[in-house]
Design a protein around this ligand. Structure first.
Ligand code: PHE
Length: 341
């Protein structure tokens, strides 16, 4: 029996040291030490021994079991360590390998200009509004005092959706004046940037879709002087101190008096050059005192309240802000152009 145990010991230790996985180790444990294992089979023969021999043999068996278990345990640790090592090797990251360059986009120059414009007006206490590009002619024209028959309502100027000319792509952001008057508490100080649409051919200064920033103030005692002061302050904030501007009389159905505002050309300083088409000035917005009829149509007492409004061309402001010479560059989205900002 001792010889059998000796043999078992040798076989077991050899097999254990040759095991190559946790699974095969477990199989060996079952084979040698399990309930139906080889050691158990040997111990079943204890009955054949004499009473004197049994304790020594039992002790021997216990020692053998302990030794095999210890070997299995240490082999398991070795295998675990090797497995970890292999995994670390496999998953190793060489942080010194140069990475793939991720190209980050950035804001379009026109929207950069818009951010600056919003900041300036918010700083002056204005609220920024957003409104529909698909608009009712009522808001785009009627409530702005541009009645039936006004030339800008013509099908050759405006994109309509229906044959009755009721639903349209807004041709200006001015309908936001009416929407603000109808929904907001007085006094009102808002700007409303957004896209507008007109049936224009594309050239260096025109596009059938462009952007405006509408602005409006309504309060008691508001005058044309406030309009000029606010817009001059704004232009200096956006283009720098000492920016030269001028106001020219103009006509809009919804303002009276009306004007247009020009900014002196940054390229030639007013002498006239290709950028300003020889004018020396760049027209940037239309403005005026809100017509009393427009206030009344939206339920505001024009005896008590006055107001002014402006609508500026965002592309034009962005072009001057970033010294861009052609409107088409803003829409073509050529990365070689956009990357410069
Ligand atoms: N909506 C006018 C335009 O598109 C600009 C404007 C706005 C004029 C507000 C006066 C007041 O030309």
């Amino acid at each position: 029996m001792k010889a059998l145990m000796q043999e078992l010991r040798e076989n077991a230790l050899k097999a254990i040291s040759g095991a190559d996985s946790a699974d095969s180790l477990e199989a060996l444990r079952v084979k040698y030490l399990g309930k139906k294992g080889e050691l158990t089979a040997i111990l079943k023969q204890m009955g054949k021994l004499s009473a004197e021999e049994r304790p020594a043999m039992g002790q021997l068996a216990n020692q053998l079991r302990a030794e095999i278990e210890k070997n299995i345990e240490s082999m398991r640790k070795k295998l675990d360590a090797a497995a970890l090592e292999a995994r670390l090797e496999l998953e190793a990251v060489d942080v010194t390998i140069p990475g793939d360059e991720v190209k980050l986009g950035h804001k379009h120059p026109m929207y950069k200009a818009l951010d600056e414009i919003k900041d300036i007006f918010v700083g002056m206490g204005f609220t920024v509004l957003d409104g529909p590009e698909v608009e009712l002619a009522t808001y785009n024209f009627d409530k702005l005092n541009a009645e039936e028959g006004h030339p800008s309502r013509d099908w050759s100027d405006t994109f309509y959706f229906d044959k009755d000319s009721r639903v349209m792509l807004r041709s200006q952001t001015s309908p936001m004046q009416v929407r603000a008057m109808e929904t907001m508490e007085l006094p009102i100080r808002i700007i409303a940037p957004g896209r507008v649409y007109r049936k224009d051919e594309v050239d260096a200064t025109h596009s059938p879709m462009f952007h405006q920033v509408e602005g409006m103030v309504i309060d008691k005692g508001v005058t044309m002087a406030d309009l000029k002061g606010t817009l001059n302050t704004f232009m200096e904030e956006l283009f720098g101190e000492g920016t030269v501007t001028r106001f020219r009389p103009h006509h809009f159905p919804f303002t009276e008096p009306s004007c247009e505002m020009d900014v002196q050309c940054h390229k030639c300083g007013g002498k006239g050059c290709p950028t300003c088409k020889g004018e020396g000035w760049i027209e940037v917005l239309g403005a005026g005192m809100i017509h009393p009829r427009v206030l009344e149509m939206s339920g505001i007492d024009s005896e008590e309240y006055t107001g002014w409004a402006f609508g500026m061309g965002l592309e034009r402001l962005a072009m001057r802000r970033f010294k861009i010479s052609d409107l088409r560059l803003i829409f073509e989205n050529d990365v070689r152009f956009l990357e410069q900002f």
